[in-house]
Design a protein around this ligand. Structure first.
Ligand SMILES: [Zn+2]
Length: 227
């Protein structure tokens, strides 16, 4: 099964793709993670990306495609692949379609987590991180046992990251909406897009995702197409 997860920053998309990877043994394809791994392992691709990043630039789409292709080919025999943060452009969508069809596969389902802006602000502005040991907290959803004190290192430097503000969120949302809209339209036209509410708890959202996957597998069985 090949699944794409879409959702704005703070929608819980990363949590859901991690859950799918753990529960079903899917390979989680996040190009950000893959790039960091290539750099850490000093592969030829990693060294190339590193020089780009160190020059203050972003890896171009061709390079991101190359990284995604390698990961897909390497993991195609797994029970599934969940794509998180890739594809981001129509050019990447077309590239992905080509790789998958070459492997006799296709995108089985695209799931979009819808979360309204006020809820995203609430989630993001409540995040805290321990400046000493980097443990993450949330003032509302995951507070430390003692107010302002890190559970792990007992330090008292629980701070807000400077990116975790309404202003930064609004900028990211504008980019997300602009770049993602054509992709959602594309997968909608293909008949594989399902939009669900990401407003519920991670457990409730995970249950909805499971239901969608179960239907995809049923469909695949009834049409005889190998998903
Ligand atoms: Zn700490």
């Amino acid at each position: 099964v090949i699944v794409i997860l879409f959702g704005p920053p703070g929608s819980g998309k990363g949590t859901q793709s991690q859950a799918l990877a753990e529960k079903h043994g899917f390979f989680k394809l996040s190009t950000g993670d893959l790039i960091r791994k290539e750099i850490a392992e000093k592969t030829p691709l990693g060294l190339e990306v590193q020089s780009i990043v160190e020059a203050g630039e972003f890896p171009d789409s061709a390079l991101v495609n190359q990284i995604a292709e390698k990961a897909i080919v390497d993991n195609i025999t797994k029970s599934g692949i969940v794509l998180d943060g890739y594809p981001r452009t129509m050019e990447q969508v077309n590239f992905l379609d080509k790789i998958l069809s070459g492997l006799g596969k296709k995108i089985d389902v695209a799931i979009c987590l819808g979360v309204d802006e006020n809820e995203l602000v609430r989630r993001i502005e409540g995040r805290r991180v321990c400046a000493d040991c980097k443990t993450n907290y949330h003032v509302e959803f995951n507070p430390p046992a003692n107010d302002g004190i890190c559970d792990v290192c007992q330090g008292s430097n629980l701070v807000q990251r400077k990116d975790d503000t309404r202003d930064v969120l609004e900028q990211r949302l504008a980019i997300y909406n602009k770049e993602t809209k054509p992709l959602l339209d594309y997968y909608d036209q293909k008949g594989v897009l399902t939009t669900i509410s990401g407003m519920e708890s991670p457990q409730e959202v995970a249950a909805m995702v499971e239901k969608i996957l179960a239907n995809v597998e049923l469909d695949a069985k009834s049409t005889g197409i190998n998903a």
